[in-house]
Design a protein. Structure first.
Length: 127
């Protein structure tokens, strides 16, 4: 009888041991997965911090662009001044320019009339 009880206890302890081993393995698996996730998240946090540090330290060198803007501004001022001077020089010449334009229009009109008359004469000669 004692032997039977011991065998029964041995089987109970064996099944209990098996159950605890399964629980232990499951808990270890959860622990490993948690550690992997923690390491991954720590890596992500470090990347974000590194990107933030880089973003803080980035300064854009605009000195070349500022120089281009300065040169363009100087060129614009120079051209504006030249335009003003040219207008001032042309102002006294405007009456003469208008007179020459009027003569040109008269001459062009006369030449067109002469060409038309020559065309008419040419047609009459052909007939």
């Amino acid at each position: 009888k004692e032997m039977t009880e011991l065998k029964s206890k041995e089987l109970d302890v064996g099944s209990e041991r098996k159950e605890y081993k399964l629980r232990w393995n499951a808990a270890n698996k959860i622990h490993r997965n948690s550690n992997v996730l923690i390491e991954k998240l720590q890596g992500t946090i470090e990347e974000i911090r590194a990107e933030a540090d880089v973003a803080e330290n980035v300064t854009i060198d605009t000195s070349e662009l500022e120089e281009d803007v300065r040169q363009a501004s100087e060129a614009d001022e120079k051209l504006t001044e030249q335009e003003s001077q040219t207008k001032n020089l042309m102002e006294p010449l405007r009456p003469q320019i208008n007179e020459v334009k009027q003569k040109l229009e008269e001459i062009t009109s006369r030449n067109n009339k002469v060409l038309a008359d020559m065309g008419t004469c040419g047609n009459q000669l052909e007939e």
